[in-house]
Each structure stands twice: as structure tokens, then as C-alpha cells.
Design a protein around this ligand. Structure first.
Ligand SMILES: NC(=O)c1ccc[n+]([C@@H]2O[C@H](COP(=O)([O-])OP(=O)(O)OC[C@H]3O[C@@H](n4cnc5c(N)ncnc54)[C@H](OP(=O)(O)O)[C@@H]3O)[C@@H](O)[C@H]2O)c1
Length: 213
């Protein structure tokens, strides 16, 4: 079944770009930031006027899927249990100059990919890495150029069904999904990897991810 409504946690550059493109494809969007909904009124009027503001702790209410677009340094402020039961699309990125919560850094030091760390932190979620390696500019490019470019976006999860749900969403948004085998493999989508911010078709992304062509 197609995803008809999503939650987006984080209403900055990435969150509002996703909100615009999703709304343009007929998907209802509820969005939250660190501010109360009433404080987001003018921000959303300007950047994502079809999205409905909700409190962060209610972002998972009534949706199957929430996209995480909050800087990793702020993840301490999110109560993991507020996301229990959803597919959590980890669209965050690890930046060297960004200080991290201790639990994040400690787990990274054991050589986990950042999405594997997120999966440990949010044990009630089915975590899928995705929507992280495209800039907010490109995410929000006009529909015709999105579709004609056939740009590929990687999707990685340890849960095959959740990966398929997110792959379908990626296709609805106008991109070509490439499913990677698991969250560890999704590490190739992170900023230091060969795919980050590159405009690739599915063949090119599969090749750089080391998948069978
Ligand atoms: N920018 C891009 O092109 C892009 C593309 C793909 C992925 N990403 C990744 O997405 C993440 C966010 O990037 P960004 O550029 O969108 O950052 P940004 O413009 O700084 O926006 C961050 C958003 O997170 C919100 N936030 C902070 N703490 C929160 C909390 N505890 N609960 C709910 N919301 C909270 C902020 O709310 P307030 O405004 O209320 O402070 C703000 O709306 C990063 O990891 C980034 O690497 C970015």
C-alpha cells in the first residue's frame, strides 16, 4: 500500500524540503521541530505551507513512517519511546565537526554505521537509512527534472519489508530507489562515502555500493 501520510521530525532545510516535495505528490505531512507548533506558524507558511505542525512527542501519531531530519548532536533531546512502532527513516548525517552525544560517539567507536547506532538508540523502530545523501536543493527540484534525471537514492535496512515501504516512498517522490542489503551496507551512503551528494542512476549507485550489477 502507498504511504499516504508521513511524519517529519525536524523542520529545517531538509525537513521542509521533504515536506514540500511530499505534499506535491499528494502525501499528507505532519512535521515537528524543537519548537511548539504555534511557534512554527510563520516558518511553515514560508517553507512548507501544506505541512501540519505537531508537537515533537506526537510526531508518530497516526503514521506508519517518520523521517528523522534532526542534527545528530540534538538527538539526546528526543525520547526514543515516542517513536515506538514506526518505520524510522534515518536521513541524518555524521559530520566530523559536529559534537555528538556520548552514547552516539561510543557506539561509532565500535565501528557501527551511524544508522546502526540510531537503531540501537530507537529499539522500538524499524530503522531504514535513506534520504540522507541528497541535498535539500536536489530533493526539492522540480518534478519534471526529478523524474527525467532518474536519480537513484539508496535505501538500507535490516528489515526487508520496511526497506520496501521506504523504497516505494522514494519512487513516489520521483527518484529511483536502490535497496542495499542491511544497515551496515548503508554506511556507504554517509558523507565520507562515494555516493554522498553524487547524482547517480541506479546502475551507477549499485556499482559504487559494491552490489551485483
Ligand atoms: N540540509 C540538507 O541538504 C540535508 C539533506 C539530507 C539530510 N540532511 C541531514 O538532516 C539533518 C538535519 O539537517 P538540516 O540541514 O535540515 O538542519 P537544520 O536546517 O539545522 O534543521 C534542523 C531542524 O531540527 C530541529 N530540531 C532540533 N532539535 C530537535 C528536537 N529535539 N526535536 C525536534 N526537532 C528538533 C530544529 O528545530 P528548531 O528550528 O526548532 O531548532 C530544526 O527544525 C542533518 O543530520 C543533515 O545532515 C540534511
Amino acid at each position: 500500500m502507498d504511504t499516504k501520510r508521513i511524519g517529519i521530525l525536524g523542520a529545517g532545510r531538509a525537513g521542509t524540503a521533504l515536506a514540500r516535495v511530499a505534499a506535491a505528490e499528494g502525501i499528507e505531512v505532519q512535521i515537528a521541530s524543537s519548537r511548539a507548533p504555534g511557534m512554527m506558524k510563520y516558518h511553515l507558511a514560508q517553507y512548507a505551507n501544506k505541512a501540519v505542525a505537531v508537537p515533537a512527542e506526537e510526531i508518530a501519531d497516526g503514521v506508519e513512517l517518520v523521517v528523522l531530519m534532526v542534527p545528530q548532536e540534538d538527538l539526546d533531546d528526543i525520547d526514543p519511546s515516542s517513536l515506538d512502532g514506526v518505520i524510522l527513516v534515518d536521513a541524518t548525517n555524521r559530520w566530523d565537526d559536529e559534537p555528538l552525544p556520548d552514547w552516539f560517539q561510543d557506539a561509532l567507536d565500535t565501528n557501527l554505521s551511524s544508522s546502526e547506532v540510531i537503531a540501537q538508540r530507537f529499539p522500538g523502530c524499524r530503522v531504514v537509512k535513506g534520504l540522507n545523501h541528497i541535498s535539500h536543493w536536489d530533493l526539492d527540484a522540480d518534478k519534471a527534472s526529478r523524474r527525467s534525471a532518474q536519480r537513484a537514492l539508496g535505501v538500507a535496512s535490516n528489515d526487508a519489508k520496511a526497506a520496501q515501504v521506504v523504497a516505494k516512498l522514494v519512487r513516489t517522490l520521483g527518484f529511483d530507489p536502490v535497496v542495499l542489503p542491511n544497515l551496515a551496507a548503508g554506511g556507504v551512503l554517509e558523507p565520507e562515502g562515494p555516493i554522498f551528494n553524487e547524482v547517480l542512476d541506479a546502475h551507477g549507485l549499485r556499482a559504487l555500493a559494491g552490489l551485483r550489477l
